[in-house]
Design a protein around this ligand. Sequence first.
Ligand SMILES: [Zn+2]
Length: 90
Amino acid sequence: MKPALPSSKCQHVGLAQSQVGEITLCPDCRVVHISLQYFSMRFDLDAFDALTHMLATAQSNIARMAQLSQAGYEALEVRAVDVANTETRH
Ligand SMILES: [Zn+2]
């Protein structure tokens, strides 16, 4: 399997765009490019999948935090760490 290095032949297909940046895919390299204002990141498809789950978890925790007291917030932190540990095992 050839390494997924950027190439001048890369054809980036747009996946999503917003005020914070854009996400494109090179189908040949199977690499997802996240371009933000000051930097960009590259992920293989598995890593991008893991990233999206992590972001969704963070966002749902933010929404829950907004409804929690300080005591509830501390309990949430413990659960968030547990989730992270579980997800890194597979
Ligand atoms: Zn490419």
